[in-house]
Write a protein that binds this ligand. Sequence first.
Ligand SMILES: [Zn+2]
Ligand SMILES: [Zn+2]
Length: 344
Amino acid sequence: MMRALLLTDYKTLSVTEMPIPEIGDEDVLVRVRACGICGSDIHGYDGSTGRRIPPLVMGHEAAGVIERTGSAVGDYHAGDRVTFDSTVSCGTCGFCRLGQVNLCDNRTVLGVSCGDYRRHGAFAEYVSVPARILYRLPDHLPFERAALIEAVSIAVHAVGRHVPKPEEAVVVVGAGMIGVLVIQVLREKGCRNIIAVDIDKEKLALAERMGAGRTLNPKHADIPAAVRELTDGRGADASFEVVGRADTVLAAIQSVRKGGTVVLIGNLSPRVELPLQEVVSRELSLLGSCASSGEIPACIDLLARGAVDVGPLISLTASLEEGPALFERLHHGDNRLMKVILQP
Ligand SMILES: [Zn+2]
Ligand SMILES: [Zn+2]
């Protein structure tokens, strides 16, 4: 048996004994050493997204050590330090064969249950994952930092959808976890003119520390007008939207210049209103960006050489037993907490 943090009902988590997961021939059993609490876990915890139907062990941002391997696994061995993709892709469909594993026809996500499937995640001592989604970690990269690789990969994938030129003005709407990582990745790509937007002044302060040259707060400024003022009246060349609400999507669209590009990452709201004529007549490009596809080795490298620093994003590390209270704090919007890592 193992200890696991089980969502037994919406807003009800308990640390309980569960059987250690079975592994198939192509799977490995990972002894989880660190697993981050994601914003999507909080929105699943309270039932608002419908993607964490109880009973479920959540957790998809993890790192640990291989405990044992299935009979067909040759590349990995017990004792290897690893992280893994949050998307469990099938490896055989047309998208997988093209390397677009985030679009896999048969994909499931660790720690998600949405009606179509239930897949227990990594808020537990052990998790079973297929070897094809594993990545080896350098010895000197601590597990707590490695647990943020999945989040970094979302930012790297998003910037990969549209890489702005170094001199271009780029707006990042939302300076939470992913927003701040997008800012760091943009900096790493050479972008020097980054404008961060958020309603929380502490998040804006962090965004500034992580590389945003300017910050704007919608509580005090009309965002598109303020961006135009900072860009000689033109608007930004590109924007990255990391929230996914009607007002923030609108701000991201209205902040770019004619011919500009908007990369959409946030999707809190399933539907938002689109200013169709502005998009068409100003010939904007709207690009969706989902999870990541193959960027994890690059992310491990970014962390290992310090090009992306996740240290300031980790607010605290805690035991599995402290999980229920921490979920409650995050659910109530304690904005002193950025990333919380549980160590099962
Ligand atoms: Zn996540
Ligand atoms: Zn597939």
